[in-house]
Write a protein that binds this ligand. Structure first.
Ligand SMILES: *Cc1c(COP(=O)(O)O)cnc(C)c1O
Length: 392
């Protein structure tokens, strides 16, 4: 059976758990995407946007001092932090804006947590002269004032969501509501490999350029495949972006790092794969943090971009079949990761990315001989400097 199947199932995960009104929209999007995916003009347009506007290919950088420090790991960093806007999210929004344009949509909506996807959406919308409205939980609007201002400078309208926990999951609910009401002229841009089919597939396809490039670059440098791939997992788009091209390379182990926040026993974390409860969130079946009665829990991570109680269905599938392993790193450990990369390589990583860096130290301790690893450096840390300063 093909994975995902025609209805977007990765084994029992994924699919489309939505009301009838959304079914029609998702079918339409799926049909359009199927056509565009193999359209040479679309592919060429996307390629040149990635190259000329976003700055691809990104470098695969050998982190020599970090490797010396870790002893048993030779670390390569896939530098998504060097892309325009400072993170991998722009790969996806440039792809989706091209779909929106082909579908004749004039208005773009999105949900955002930390504001990173909001900024990437506002950026792509400005580039194409489309109206852009971004839903953001009121709590996040307060915490991420700088990104709110950034979106506004880019011409987007930020809508503060007052319902529920006033965070990302509530923003996503409101965006879906808007989409149902304004479907004729509106395109909904999802920021990670989550949501109902076909979004997890579309976002993964657009991010898969990360792994395709990294594989080619690594082969040229080492004449072999890497032993490990390592990436942080929020919804899971930068991780799948890196992993996907290596799916069949069974000698390459994949490790996704979730946010353990204040600890798994506290519920103040964002590690749905670690706690293994299956549920439906935002139209898709996957691991979801929930109470015994099935209410969605409020996630917590020091990294706002990992602060989501769900995870993309393809990761749930990778975990189930044992293709990838999922581990977790606490807030405190992530800060150590940020300091480690800053001090050894002169690169300040995003707080999200710092989770992956922190796990390097743990992995290195388990190894008896030298192994190679590619880490997805999903974003740069400038956005987090103020918050870190307060914490330290
Ligand atoms: C949003 C974000 C993430 C988490 O999202 P994924 O979909 O899991 O990749 C990770 N790193 C950075 C820098 C981000 O902005």
């Amino acid at each position: 059976m093909a994975i995902p199947d025609r209805k977007g199932h990765f084994a029992e995960f994924g699919g489309r758990y939505v009301p009838e009104t959304l079914m029609f929209l998702l079918n339409d999007l799926e049909q359009q995407y199927k056509l565009l995916k193999n359209d040479p003009t679309f592919k060429q347009e996307f390629q040149s946007l990635l190259k000329d506007y976003a700055g691809r290919p990104t470098r695969l950088y050998y982190a020599q001092r970090l490797s010396q420090y870790l002893k048993t790991l030779k670390v390569y960093l896939k530098r998504e932090d060097l892309l325009h806007t400072g993170a991998h999210k722009i790969n996806n929004t440039l792809g989706q804006i091209l779909i929106a344009k082909r579908m004749g949509k004039k208005r773009i909506i999105a949900e955002t947590g930390a504001g990173q996807h909001g900024v990437a959406t506002a950026t792509a919308s400005a580039l194409f002269g489309l109206e852009c409205e971004v839903y953001m939980g009121a709590e996040d609007v307060k915490r991420q004032a700088l990104n709110v201002y950034r979106m506004q400078l880019l011409g987007a309208k930020v809508i503060s969501v007052q319902s529920g926990s006033q965070t990302l999951k509530d923003a996503m609910n409101e965006a879906i509501r808007d989409w149902v009401t304004n479907v004729d002229n509106t395109f909904y841009m999802i920021g990670s490999v989550a949501g109902p089919h076909p979004y997890p597939l579309i976002v993964r396809d657009f991010q898969a350029v990360i792994g395709r490039e990294a594989k080619k670059q690594f082969l040229a440098l080492e004449q072999s495949l890497p032993d490990y791939l390592l990436a942080c997992v929020g919804g899971g788009s930068n991780a799948l972006g890196l992993f996907h091209a290596f799916f069949k390379d069974k000698t390459t182990k994949m490790i996704g790092v979730e946010a353990a926040g204040l600890g798994l026993s506290t519920h103040h974390h964002a590690a749905p794969l670690a706690v293994s409860e299956v549920g439906v969130l935002h139209g898709s079946k996957s691991h979801v943090m929930q109470t015994p009665s099935g209410q969605i829990r409020i996630a917590h991570s020091i990294a706002a971009g990992l602060d989501y109680p769900g995870v993309g269905p393809e990761h749930a599938y990778y975990q189930k079949i044992g293709r990838a392993e999922y581990v977790f790193v606490s807030d405190h450990e992530a800060i150590e990761g940020l300091k480690l990369l800053s001090e050894t390589e002169g690169i300040i990583p995003a707080m999200e990315t710092s989770h992956a860096i922190a796990y390097l130290s743990k992995l290195a301790r388990t190894l008896k001989r030298k192994r190679t690893v590619i880490v997805c450096l999903s974003g740069r840390g400038d956005k987090d400097v103020d918050a870190i300063k307060e914490l330290l």
